[in-house]
Design a protein around this ligand. Structure first.
Ligand SMILES: Nc1ncnc2c1ncn2[C@@H]1O[C@H](COP(=O)(O)OP(=O)(O)OP(=O)(O)O)[C@@H](O)[C@H]1O
Ligand SMILES: [Mg+2]
Length: 150
C-alpha cells in the first residue's frame, strides 16, 4: 500500500486505521506481530506510532523511546495484550536487541511491536514483519509505503 500524507495528522490517521485493521483479525500465529518503521531522521516514524497507538485507544502519551530504547504499553484487546515501541537508532546492531530480551518479546503472539529504524536490526526481524517506509517529500508531505515482505 502506498499513500501520500500531507500532514502529521494525516499520517496519524492512516496509522490509526492500520492499527484497527491489524488488531481486528485473529490470525493463527505463534509469534508476535512486528512492524518495522524505516525512514530518515524526522521522517515521521514516531508520529506514525502515536497515531497507531491512538487508533488502539491507548490513552498513554506516546513519546519517543530514543533513550530508553524500549517502551511497553498495556492493550485491552482480545487479540493483543502489549504494545512495544522500540527505537533502534542508538543500537549498534541486532545483537543489542538480543541483549535487551527481544527474542522473548518476539515469541509472545499477544505482543504487537513497532520498531523505529528497523533496517538497523533487520537480521533479527521475523520473516513476515510488516515493513513501513516513510519518505520525506517536502516540509509537510510524506510518502508512506506499507508492505509485507513475506
Ligand atoms: N505528513 C507528515 N507526516 C508525519 N510527520 C510530519 C508530516 N509533515 C510534517 N511532519 C513533521 O515531521 C516531524 C516528524 O517527526 P518524528 O519524530 O515523527 O520523526 P521520526 O521519523 O520519528 O524521527 P527520528 O528519526 O528522530 O526518530 C514532526 O515534527 C512532524 O510534525
Ligand atoms: Mg522517532
Amino acid at each position: 500500500m502506498k499513500f501520500l500524507s500531507k500532514s502529521p495528522k494525516e499520517t496519524q490517521k492512516a496509522a490509526g486505521v492500520l492499527a484497527k485493521k491489524i488488531t481486528r483479525k485473529t490470525l493463527q500465529k505463534r509469534t508476535a506481530l512486528v512492524l518495522g518503521l524505516e525512514g530518515e531522521l524526522g521522517a515521521g516514524k514516531t508520529t506514525f506510532v502515536k497515531g497507531f497507538a491512538k487508533g488502539l485507544g491507548l490513552k498513554n502519551k506516546i513519546s519517543s523511546p530514543t533513550f530508553v530504547l524500549i517502551k511497553s504499553y498495556n492493550l485491552k484487546l482480545t487479540t493483543y495484550n502489549n504494545l512495544f515501541h522500540i527505537d533502534a537508532y542508538r543500537l549498534k546492531d541486532h545483537e543489542d536487541l538480543i541483549r535487551l530480551g527481544i527474542k522473548e518479546i518476539f515469541s509472545n503472539p499477544k505482543n504487537l511491536i513497532l520498531i523505529e529504524w528497523s533496517d538497523r536490526v533487520r537480521k533479527i526481524l521475523p520473516k513476515n514483519y510488516l515493513r513501513i517506509h516513510i519518505d520525506h517529500i517536502d516540509e509537510n508531505e510524506r510518502k508512506i509505503v506499507i508492505e509485507n515482505d513475506k
